[in-house]
Write a protein that binds this ligand. Structure first.
Ligand code: CAA
Length: 264
């Protein structure tokens, strides 16, 4: 298929039910330039709106997932640029995508790279995955959600050590042990991506609206307190009973057959 992007590659796989996005600036370890940011957010929005697509994957070409924001883009920015222009605020749009996103972290996920992974819904860690927030070494701090999201995954003490020293990185095993990654996938990058596709394909077989509601409900645990979160879950649970897919899913169970979801 024809590529309209220059910093990323997008392909549809698994009968076009899974969108695979490869960050494609390997010569700079997939540094997250502003062009890449615009392309990635655009691609995710397009995939989110495509009826056939049920889940997306983000991975990196070469030895990095992404080694952070592009330091060349950032060096000469002034405070007005940061407050008035789209970087870094636009990055948060990744967390507004409704369908699930899997981060297949194949190598360095540093700074903004770690923060992009944290905005995804599932992190699968390749053997060579490395997570860290080295911004302090540059005289700055994480700016794409790292100080807020990392602490929720690894706890305050680890998040502080990572963010304050800039050199405490987590390898794949540690990321898994702490719950940052859902698991470690042994083998090459190709094997990691294959596994990510298999997880995404399973999600894509489920009812799209039920999946979107489940993601929204789980994410409420990030944004709301327990009381409000449980209320939100109950409302979304109730809403699934307005779906044809809920009737189909439960009928299929009782009739001992596979459900045929129609995604409404
Ligand atoms: N921005 C721009 N270019 C980068 C980059 C980045 N974040 N990370 C790596 N590169 C470039 C290097 O400059 C180098 O380019 P040249 O070949 O032209 O010199 C190329 O990628 C390869 O990198 P290295 O030679 O450094 O590779 P290495 O294997 O020796 O080291 C590394 C790997 C430890 C990841 C090292 O590249 C590194 O420390 N990168 C920077 C990591 C970092 O500080 N990230 C935080 C960025 S700030 C941020 O993200 C802000 C935010 O939260 C919003």
């Amino acid at each position: 298929s024809k590529q309209i992007y220059k910093c990323i590659e997008v392909t549809l796989v698994e009968q076009e039910t899974v969108g695979l996005i490869v960050l494609n600036r390997p010569e700079v370890l997939n540094a997250l330039s502003e062009d890449l940011m615009h392309e990635l957010v655009d691609a995710l929005r397009v995939l989110d709106s495509m009826q056939k697509v049920g889940a997306m994957i983000i991975t990196g070409k070469g030895k990095a997932f992404a080694a952070g924001a592009d330091i060349k883009d950032l060096k000469d920015k002034n405070i007005a640029d940061i407050f008035m222009l789209e970087f870094p605020s636009k990055w948060n749009d990744v967390s507004k995508i409704k369908k699930p996103i899997i981060a297949a972290v194949n190598g360095y996920a540093l700074g903004g790279g770690c923060e992009v992974a944290l905005m995804c819904d599932i992190i699968l860690a390749g053997e060579k995955a490395v997570f860290g927030q080295p911004e302090i070494n540059l005289g700055t701090i994480p700016g794409m959600g790292g100080t807020q999201r990392l602490i929720r995954e690894v706890g305050k003490s680890s998040a502080m050590e990572m963010i304050l020293t800039g050199s405490r990185f987590l390898d794949a095993q540690e990321a898994y042990q702490r719950g940052l990654a859902s698991r470690v996938v042994a083998g090459s990058n190709d094997e990691l991506v294959k596994e990510a596709i298999s997880v995404a394909a399973k999600i894509a077989l489920q009812s799209r609206p039920a999946v979107v509601m489940a993601k929204a409900a789980v994410n409420s645990a990030y944004e709301l307190g327990l009381h409000e979160g449980v209320k939100k879950e109950q409302a979304l649970f109730g809403a699934t009973f307005a779906l044809a897919d809920q009737k189909e899913g439960m009928s299929a169970f009782i009739e001992k057959r596979q459900p045929q979801f129609v995604h409404t």
